[in-house]
Design a protein. Structure first.
Length: 63
């Protein structure tokens, strides 16, 4: 598994340095991220039931 990860993932710290000239763009993107995060947070606080729970009759599979 380790080699597979290495084949697809390359960490290059120098590519992750923010450009101070783009501060306004970063701030706007972060504000949008926060809006989406807090809008969707309730959805993820109650995860969907697993197939095994549905199969066992613990929950309804009706949508």
């Amino acid at each position: 598994m380790g080699r597979a990860v290495e084949a697809f993932v390359a960490y290059r710290p120098d590519e992750h340095d923010p450009n101070p000239k783009h501060r306004e763009i970063y701030d706007e993107a972060y504000a949008r991220y926060r809006q989406v995060y807090f809008a969707l947070k309730p959805v993820f606080e109650h995860p969907a039931p697993t197939r095994s729970a549905v199969a066992a009759g613990a929950v309804s599979d009706a949508r």
